[in-house]
Design a protein around this ligand. Structure first.
Ligand code: AMP
Ligand code: MG
Length: 317
């Protein structure tokens, strides 16, 4: 997309249609939700999702919530469960996010969930958000539309002030009714409250008909099926490889001879877009070691290196 100042879109059919058009062209479009302004991108487009992380300047990849206009479309991407149905019927559209197993054939970018095999999904209630999502038709990844470390935006102007030309357009839907963040419930093994929000633990227990487990932030999670664990390949990972050892799986960056190349042209957005997919693909070959070219420690490279150093860290257990 162009690097000039962002388009301001009106909260009308024309504005919603333009927002959808930009999203289809891998653009970044900020729009209001019932909590804050979200920084939206096509969740199925690796490069568009990489641009979210670039625009926010986050030092790491944390998984993003994917927003949908309707339940039918949402269900194409996740493994639906009776508990999901119960919660969806009660609280959607609204500020509840469900973390579910990803459908094997879902086109949602692996970067959205930072390589995990789960996806966080939500049907927002905000009228403008729904109009944009309906016009677009698919899933839209949308964290808060501010640079990392800054306050969440509740006005279009806040988005402009924080992100400026890092965003292609801002849909001006007025002030967000400043709410709390969406409640996040994991539905992988049993229901777990992953993040408290507008919908309370008691309400969830009422709906489910039983007590819901609560994950406390400080708690170390190490069980299999852990929801917030970070994706780590089975193979060992060797970083900053400037040459290759025999038998290594070679993940390159730049003009190097390798098995898969994150970006021949040293484009960090492209590298981020390929990162999880290529790690998965090399890992699936069943080798002992994945060796990775040095990645410049600047811009998106910081988040890429954060992810890689975790993948290379000594394993527990
Ligand atoms: P935000 O978009 O800023 O409201 O934050 C998204 C929240 O959803 C973060 O706390 C993520 O850790 C959480 N989240 C997103 N995807 C997943 C997932 N697949 N598993 C667990 N938590 C998730
Ligand atoms: Mg935020």
């Amino acid at each position: 997309m162009n690097q000039s100042s962002p388009e301001t879109l009106s909260d009308t059919d024309t504005g919603h249609a333009r927002a959808a058009e930009l999203l289809r062209a891998a653009g970044l479009v900020a729009f209001p939700t019932e909590t804050v302004y979200g920084l939206g991108a096509d969740a199925s487009d690796d490069r568009a999702v990489a641009r979210i992380y670039e625009a926010k300047g986050r030092p790491s990849f944390n998984p993003l919530i994917v927003h949908f206009a309707d339940l039918e479309t949402l269900k194409l991407h996740v493994v639906w469960t009776p508990e999901a149905e119960l919660l969806a019927q009660t609280y959607w559209p609204g500020p509840l996010t469900l973390v579910l197993k990803r459908q094997a054939d879902s086109p949602i970018s692996p970067l959205v969930s930072a390589g995990l095999d789960t996806i966080a999904v939500r049907l927002p209630a905000h009228r403008s958000a729904r109009a944009v999502l309906r016009a677009f038709g698919g899933g839209v990844a949308a964290p808060s539309a501010n640079q990392s470390g800054q306050i969440s935006p509740t006005l279009a102007q806040h988005v402009m002030d924080s992100l400026g030309d890092r965003v292609d357009a801002v849909l001006d839907g007025g002030a967000c009714t400043v709410g709390v963040e969406s409640t996040i419930v994991g539905l992988i093994d049993k229901p777990v409250l992953l993040r408290p929000g507008g919908i309370t633990e008691d309400q969830l227990a009422q709906t489910l008909g039983h007590h819901i487990a609560v994950r406390h932030k400080a708690e170390a999670i190490s069980a299999p099926g852990q929801l917030m664990s970070h994706y780590a390949p089975d193979a060992l990972v060797r970083l900053n490889a400037t040459d290759w050892e025999p038998g290594e799986l070679r993940l390159g960056f730049g003009e190097v001879d390798c098995d898969l190349n994150l970006s021949k042209t040293e484009d960090l957005v492209e590298a981020a877009a390929h990162l999880f997919d290529y790690l998965h693909r090399l890992d699936a070959r069943g080798g002992k070691v994945i060796a990775i070219s040095p990645i410049p420690h600047e811009g998106l490279g910081i988040a890429i290196n954060d992810r890689l150093s975790r993948a290379a860290a000594p394993r527990e257990g």
